[in-house]
Design a protein around this ligand. Structure first.
Ligand SMILES: Cc1cc2nc3c(=O)[nH]c(=O)nc-3n(C[C@H](O)[C@H](O)[C@H](O)COP(=O)(O)O)c2cc1C
Length: 190
């Protein structure tokens, strides 16, 4: 993403390292085919020089949305802080997909296989039984990503860091990328 040094420093300060098993939660906003915005929570799998990665099921609405309109917004919130990232969306590489799947918890690795409309329609007992049977057939460490495992990177065009302050007004530090690739930094009221 070749960000200004001050933006990169804020990301390092605010986001956990990629190997931290506790992943930040983001609200991912997309544009649906009717033109309405849609939003849902996803985990930030990792971030690097190209942007912010999330992973999901290729049959999901969000994948339909970003395939049709490859633009998104991410919002991350912490006590006293908010980061909003607007950006362009593109598919993650095959290597990144495998790495992200390997880093998912056991539960989320199983979920990537079992997150199907068929299972969702069953009653609770049957869902428990199917989950347990699948887990028993596929011990920890033996699963690789299903074909439906999909990943995307949001390459920022704008990052807005909101700082709260109980003793004075909040304010935002914003970095916006112009068409020529240059980044501009500005200070905004909260
Ligand atoms: C705490 C939390 C974390 C979630 N993380 C993810 C995630 O990383 N990837 C994902 O596809 N869905 C995740 N979900 C489920 C999504 O919010 C959403 O319900 C699902 O992906 C379907 O979204 P869609 O129909 O808009 O595509 C998460 C939900 C919650 C509550």
């Amino acid at each position: 993403m070749s960000l200004p040094a001050s933006a990169a420093a804020l990301l390092t300060e605010w986001l956990p390292s990629n190997d931290d098993p506790v992943r930040p939660l983001m609200t991912l906003g997309t544009i649906d085919p009717s033109g309405y915005p849609d939003a849902r929570s996803v985990l930030l799998s990792e971030y690097d020089d190209t942007g912010f990665f999330f992973h999901t099921d290729s049959r999901s609405r969000k994948v339909r949305d970003v395939t049709e309109t490859p633009r998104a917004v991410l919002t991350l919130v912490w006590p006293g802080r908010q980061l909003v990232v607007q950006g362009d969306v593109s598919p993650a590489s095959a290597d990144e997909l495998d790495r992200a799947y390997a880093h998912r918890s056991r539960y989320l690795q199983l979920l990537a296989w079992l997150n199907t409309p068929e299972l969702a329609m069953l009653d609770h007992e049957e869902r428990l039984a199917r989950w347990a049977a699948f887990a028993a057939e596929h011990p920890e460490g033996t699963l690789s990503a299903p074909e439906t495992w999909a990943g995307f990177v949001v390459e920022p065009v704008r990052l807005t860091f909101w700082h709260g302050d109980p003793d004075t007004a909040s304010r935002r530090v914003e970095f916006a990328r112009a068409a020529n690739g240059e980044w501009a930094e500005s200070i905004l009221p909260g």
